[in-house]
Write a protein that binds this ligand. Sequence first.
Ligand code: MN
Ligand code: MN
Length: 347
Amino acid sequence: MPHHRPADAMTYPRFQGIRTFMRLPHLADPGRWPEADLAVAGVPFDSSGTYRVGARFGPSGIRQESMLLRPYHPELAIDVHEHLSMIDAGDLPVTPGYLPESHAQIEEAAGRLLDAGPVPLFLGGDHSVSLPLLRAVAKRHGPVGLVHLDAHGDLWPGYFGGKDTHGTPFRRAVEEGLIDPGRSVQVGLRGPVYGPEDVGLPAELGLLAISMDEWHEDGSDRTAERIRRRVGATPERSKRQSGTRDDLAPLYLSFDIDVFDPVYAPGTGTPEVGGATGRQALRLLRRLAGLPFVGFDLVEVMPGYDSGAVTQLLAANVAYEMIALAAVAVRDRHAAGPEALRHEAAS
Ligand code: MN
Ligand code: MN
């Protein structure tokens, strides 16, 4: 089976060619998806934004700014392309303006991608797309632990009389049993809300909330340790069973770009001041290495509101950190030996 990598930057300058994520091969044909260990896919749906819209251009904007990403991740000491055959699967189909139809299309296409084998990395789109994505993931993996970075909890009951907006996906996910609240955590929450009861929403639904203030106070390493404990990764367990899927139940990482301060990420729909710096969030993500993520999404990037493409560049780098997390997981499973791989094949 071919091992898919980006175009070689030593042969073809980075500004040349058609834009796929990292200049990976564009394999839109589902018949070829089994060739990949990780597939990047756009989900350009933005009809459920409650304020600004424009995340339909998120996937193309992130791809545009992904050209400078290089194979070797120094902090995690890993060549991501050595461990992962990677493709850009193109964009999932959507019908602009039609939420139920689009969510059904997204769930179906995401399901096909999951069934083909690769770990998916979805580029939104507004945050409503996480609901059909989680439906597809939970159908295959069962309820997942959710690691959710966002200025907002996205747990509101509804908006404008509608149940599904980009402010509601995780309440629906809890109601539908797609995520296991006891192994789920929301990180970076901040900003004014509608009343004191909103602050208590995560706890009411059983999720752990780590506010942006706590993250600022504790630092990224201690915050990452809290996340790891929440999803079940105690240090002892990690050491004892490193690399096997017995270690932990599957996790899903959903990253709303507005967890960053608008200074770092102005190109988004509902910016909140006092957010994370680029370094803070990259550091936090790196400290999650070794956790068994079965899928990733990165949402709410709006190139139309961006300035100097800084949001898109930062988003491309967040996607790269997700890829590195997937690469570390594959490397560790291989390092754990045939026992772990047999387990993987059987699961
Ligand atoms: Mn969100
Ligand atoms: Mn948000």
